[in-house]
Design a protein around this ligand. Structure first.
Ligand code: TXA
Ligand code: MG
Length: 343
């Protein structure tokens, strides 16, 4: 093992079961039942959503939320998203503004999270929402998540199933690499389709605010509402913030250099659209996120590519410029955080 510092098994305490998927890409009913039993016992199960793998636990139990924060090494002031199977369930936990309802009807189930005013009678634990009077809710489209969430019948708190600050997992093997020994089980549902986390939008009053770009392009949200979204702005404390939008995040071990036009000796390169940076021929490793220049394909490949190149360079990863339109906004957001100075 040359990558010991990445292996969570150093702190191993729990045996992590991996429930495999069958030929149709979904785990067998007996495995889903076993996973639900773990959740009902307050345990932690990683499972696929259409964006990235989530680390799920019962959102109504404070001790389970605490266990999620501990397994990830995540500060508990950074609230978790609660996932439910449908809009009816959403309404048990948060108040939908008119525009929130428009977005919900258009984009759920799917890669969107709405931050709503929390209902005082919602059973979601205060620790899940880090004591805020708002709650982040999402209805994932992934069939495995849908099944499990219906079987479990309670909201599932689920941050991305990686250790805090690191790259989000897009397949079960990545989850194992990050969290084995720290969680009870992993449901393998194959690679995730979108590859980037959900778009997070706060709908707390009459001005919706984009808190995190993600799997649904900003422009599609604005087209649905027929107006522009406000942006969360750290300088403007009158607007809602996303406590999780720390600058250094999604970080591989290797340094990340953006807008590269050439590859330095020892660097690996990450390309887009078939253009190779100068020096790519002699580089140790390199990958094109989408040779045809398709931003959906690039999003789906991003985290896996960073993870793979991270293991193949001692020096760093040179990333070419990627367009800002459509999902490019979220791709560039993640890359900027991967490149940010580490805290
Ligand atoms: O695609 C996704 O969203 C994945 C999958 C597993 O659903 N989940 C995910 O969760 O990315 P997480 O915990 O890594 O990111 C949740 C983001 C954080 O930036 C957090 O600060 C923000 O949502 N958030 C959660 N509750 C909030 C609240 N009440 N107010 C503002 N931001 C909130
Ligand atoms: Mg995350």
């Amino acid at each position: 093992m040359t990558r010991d510092k990445k292996s969570a098994s150093a702190e191993a305490g729990v045996e992590t079961i991996v429930w495999p998927h069958g030929p149709d890409g979904t785990p067998a009913d007996e495995h889903l039942t076993a996973a639900v039993a773990v959740l009902a016992d307050g345990g932690l199960v990683a499972l696929p959503t259409e964006t990235v793998y989530g680390l799920a636990g019962d959102a109504t139990r404070a001790e389970t939320a605490a266990a999620i924060f501990a397994a990830k090494g995540r500060p508990s002031f950074n609230p978790l998203i609660s996932h439910v199977p449908d809009l009816e369930a959403v309404e048990r936990h948060g108040f939908l503004t008119g525009e929130a309802r428009q977005l919900a009807e258009r984009f759920w189930p799917g890669p969107m999270t709405l931050v709503l005013r929390k209902r005082p009678d919602s059973p979601i634990a205060d620790l899940t929402t880090s004591g805020l009077d708002s709650v982040a809710l999402r209805v994932p489209a992934h069939p495995v998540f849908q099944r499990l969430s219906q079987m479990f019948g309670k909201p599932l708190a689920a941050p991305s199933a990686n250790r805090s600050g690191r790259i989000s997992p897009t397949c079960a093997a990545h989850v194992y690499e990050e969290l084995s020994g720290r969680i009870n089980g992993i449901l393998d549902g194959g690679p995730t389709e979108v590859g980037l986390e959900s778009t997070v939008i706060a709908c707390l009053d009459d001005q919706p605010v984009l808190l995190r770009p993600g799997g649904i392009a900003h422009a599609d949200v604005e087209a649905c509402l027929g107006r522009t979204l406000a942006r969360a702005d750290a300088e403007d404390q009158t607007r809602p913030q996303s406590p999780g939008m720390l600058l250094s995040h999604y970080a591989p071990d290797a340094a990340v250099r953006l807008n590269a036009t050439h590859v330095e000796p020892g660097e690996a390169w990450l390309g887009f659209g078939g253009d190779r940076p100068a020096g790519a021929e002699t580089a140790r490793a390199g990958l094109d996120l989408s040779p045809s220049g398709d931003l959906f394909e690039a999003a789906a490949n991003l985290f896996g590519a960073l993870r793979s190149l991270d293991g193949q360079t001692e020096t760093g990863i040179a990333v070419v410029a990627i367009p800002e339109d459509g999902l490019g906004e979220a791709i560039n957001d993640r890359l900027r955080r991967a490149a940010a100075p580490r805290g």
